[in-house]
Design a protein. Structure first.
Length: 230
């Protein structure tokens, strides 16, 4: 995650990847299956734990890491008190809650909404930054946004691609950015893959991005060497 005005990295996102016999299997193939069977909770817990451990270890080695965001599936809320889980996690590793961003997909908010809203409020009260991921991919965003206590909207990458081709998409995206600024909500656009997309977004007033134009998914070791190495 990059702030374009100064080119500074301001954060990262922890992703799960599956290597099988030397080949990378797309998350689109296995994550839906994990969600359907409930095993996504074990995977997510593992990722959250590894992020906390890396943040603690990096600080012990004198590295000043950037905040790392993690994904929370709608299914996870059926298996645990998510707010309690993350509060215990940062306490166990001695971390500032601001070092872990909580990404919740917009689609999750159509299911078990009261439980999720309660968890979001508690997470924010504890000091975590909560992000709505894939904003614009669902149908309830605007009606819920007035009551949704989030710090960041992450604009859906598919929605971004449409902005290159239609004036309607440009108007909608511009309105979302303006509305968010008035509400005091930051925006990160994900899926930025070209300079043209970046410049287009800058014209609309968005300055925080992530995507292949800046960096493709890399291992933890590569991430550390690239951004925190001497």
């Amino acid at each position: 995650q990059v702030l374009v005005t100064n080119g500074k990295i301001i954060g990262g996102e922890a992703l799960v990847r599956w290597m099988h016999e030397g080949k990378l299997i797309s998350p689109m193939r296995f994550v839906p299956i994990l969600e359907k069977t409930g095993y996504i909770f074990q995977i997510d817990c593992n990722i959250w734990e590894r992020v906390a451990k890396w943040l603690q270890d990096a600080q012990r080695r004198g590295i000043e890491p950037v905040p790392i965001s993690v994904n929370v599936s709608r299914v996870d809320f059926y298996f645990a008190d998510i707010a309690e889980h993350f509060i215990n996690l940062v306490n166990r590793y001695g971390l500032d809650p601001r070092m872990i961003g909580i990404e919740i997909t917009e689609s999750a908010l159509t299911d078990n909404i009261n439980t999720i809203l309660k968890a979001i409020r508690r997470l924010r009260d504890a000091g975590f930054h909560v992000m709505m991921d894939d904003f614009g991919s669902g149908y309830s965003s605007l009606s819920m946004l007035k009551d949704l206590p989030v710090d960041v909207l992450k604009i859906d990458m598919e929605f971004l691609r449409e902005t290159e081709h239609t004036e309607k998409s440009r108007i909608i995206l511009s309105s979302i950015i303006e509305m968010s600024q008035k509400l005091g909500i930051d925006i990160i656009t994900e899926g930025v893959e070209s300079k043209a997309q970046m410049e287009h977004l800058q014209e609309l007033g968005c300055y925080m991005y992530q995507g292949y134009y800046f960096a493709k998914p890399i291992s933890v070791a590569e991430f550390e060497a690239k951004y925190f190495g001497e």
